[in-house]
Design a protein around this ligand. Structure first.
Ligand SMILES: O=C1O[C@H](COP(=O)(O)O)[C@@H](O)[C@H](O)[C@H]1O
Length: 250
């Protein structure tokens, strides 16, 4: 893995502008090479920071985007805890990505309470997009946009959880998420680590300590520290409040 590229910004506005610059650049490059842009988006604070500037950019070929969710909570798509619902409000409602290229969990399966079916269904959606161009061991996203919880979790991969050892499946169910709601699905670590580009976005002083551990302790076993792209690039977008304790920022 090449060394992570860490960017820090005095405020979230400047962070969002620079993040949009990166997304636009990767989007153009991916479309030139593969005629599409495959993106995985997280929930939490990320959608707002992502969309703040990006949604106003001109000339983006939104019709070439294929969007998945790095993790999703098993709640209806219009529920306030749904990552899709949040992304729709902050981002999708303001741009013109075709609806059928935004891949959500299948809400009709929520009633069955059959988590394996929900996982299978989401994996099939990934296969439908990735199996045609990649060797299908793992999907290779052009860009994954990840958040970091104050406990070091990313996607719905939590510290010390057995799901961190999953090395075959693409999508996994977690029924005991320590952060509510407890029932979720998540990309597995190998899916994350096979991406061409991964951008972590973290802001606010509540993340200072965990970021120091993740970025500066190479032995850390926190989920976000286990994100080490096999051949891709890893970016960190931090505001000064989150980056204060990093040696890098001094
Ligand atoms: O539960 C979740 O939390 C993480 C981190 O959220 P943040 O609000 O601290 O940025 C998020 O990346 C993930 O998608 C979400 O389901």
């Amino acid at each position: 893995m090449s060394a992570p590229i860490v960017y820090t910004f005095p405020n979230t506005q400047e962070l969002s502008i620079s993040l949009a610059d990166l997304v636009v650049k990767l989007c153009k490059e991916s479309i030139e090479i593969r005629d599409r842009f495959t993106v995985g988006i997280s929930g939490g604070s990320l959608p707002k920071l992502l969309a703040a500037d990006l949604k106003n950019r001109q000339g983006i070929e939104w019709e070439k985007w294929e969007v998945f969710f790095c993790d999703e909570r098993l709640v209806p798509l219009d529920h306030e805890d749904s990552n899709y619902s949040l992304c729709k409000k902050e981002f999708f409602d303001h741009v013109s990505i075709p609806e059928d290229q935004i891949y959500t969990i299948n809400p009709s399966l929520l009633q069955e309470e059959d988590e394996e079916e929900i996982v299978d269904d989401y994996e099939k959606k990934l296969i439908s997009v990735f199996a045609t161009v990649n060797s299908v061991k793992f999907p290779v996203f052009d860009l994954l946009l990840l958040g970091v919880g104050p406990d070091g979790h990313t996607c719905s991969l939590f510290p010390d959880h057995p799901l961190l050892d999953e090395n075959i499946g693409w999508v996994a169910y977690i029924g005991d998420s320590p952060k509510p709601p407890p029932r979720r699905i998540t990309f597995t670590l190998p899916v994350v680590n096979h991406a061409h580009n991964i951008a972590f976005v973290a802001t606010g002083e509540g993340k200072q300590d965990v970021l120091k551990e993740i970025i500066e302790n190479s032995e850390s076993k926190l989920p976000s520290a286990l994100v080490k792209p096999v051949t891709g690039k890893l970016y960190w977008f931090l505001d000064d409040a989150a980056a204060t304790k990093l040696t890098l920022s001094k």
